[in-house]
Design a protein around this ligand. Structure first.
Ligand code: NJP
Length: 225
């Protein structure tokens, strides 16, 4: 069945690939990020009938409220929300790290995700829909001093807590945990890493399961070289 899917961080990398694969599979996508030009380019590619761009900074709760209202005004419901927007560390560790970067990572990777989840829940309870988080392998590992890794430990715990809150409502929660993916998240190409398409296939696998199936989490890692 065709689903209405809202994706944060859809202007690049994993979110962009999830949007393309979803549209190709016949779903309708709402694309959110700050880069309006990139989102409009993707809408032009995917077709205005089944794709909508909404400019949104996820650290601003009011902008997220407008994002959800715009999506449901246009399409009437939401079946899947992918909380994907995120950013990494500008320097490794805590001692060498940058305080403004710590703040931005916590605001986008954690605070923004809690707002996305809160605003998604009423729609997903109504549609018996699916809330999907993009966590990380970094949320399953000890990385010396890593604030980024800790933001993904938060996602790992938060996804389980939200799943418990939604248990019995008919809505589902999945946390997808990629290893390294070759995206603009990094300044340099990562030739041995996963591709955004690899994560997009996992996303579609999770959301297209029959209604009685729950996939709480998925780990997707590059094969060791
Ligand atoms: O990175 P990138 P990825 N408000 O930089 C958006 C996780 N992950 O696809 O606003 C709204 O290509 C930004 O859009 P824009 C990672 O932690 C990655 O790799 O226009 N949106 C863009 O669309 C993150 O959670 C790897 O700049 C905001 C998107 O986020 C997710 O995967 C491994 C925003 C970032 O796209 C996607 O990252 C892993 C804001 N304030 C987990 N700030 C990996 N790449 O290796 C940023 O385990 N965005």
């Amino acid at each position: 069945m065709s689903k209405i899917i809202l994706i944060t961080g859809a202007s690049s990398g994993i979110g962009e690939a999830c949007a393309r694969h979803s549209a190709k599979a016949g779903h309708t996508v709402v694309l959110a990020a700050r880069s309006a030009d990139k989102l409009e380019g993707l809408v032009a590619e995917l077709g205005e009938k089944n794709a909508l761009a909404v400019t949104c900074d996820v650290t601003d709760a009011d902008q997220q409220k407008v994002m959800f209202a715009t999506a449901t005004d246009r399409f009437g419901r939401l079946d899947v929300v992918l909380a994907n927007a995120g950013l990494g560390a500008s320097a490794l560790g805590t001692e060498e790290g940058d305080i403004e970067n710590f703040k931005e990572m916590v605001l986008v990777n954690n605070f923004g995700v809690t707002v996305t989840a809160k605003l998604a829940i009423p729609h997903l309870k109504a549609s018996k829909g699916h809330l999907v988080f993009i966590g990380s392998r970094a949320g399953h590992a000890t990385l010396p001093g890593s604030v980024y890794g800790a933001t993904k430990w938060f996602i790992r715990g938060y996804a389980e807590n939200v799943a418990a809150e939604l248990s019995g409502t008919g809505a589902r929660v999945t946390n997808i945990n990629p290893g390294m993916v070759d995206t603009p998240f990094f300044d340099e190409p990562k030739p041995t890493a996963l591709r955004p398409d690899d994560i997009a296939r996992a996303f579609l696998y999770a959301i297209e399961q029959p209604e009685h199936v729950l996939i709480p989490s998925l780990q997707i890692y590059p094969k060791p070289q």
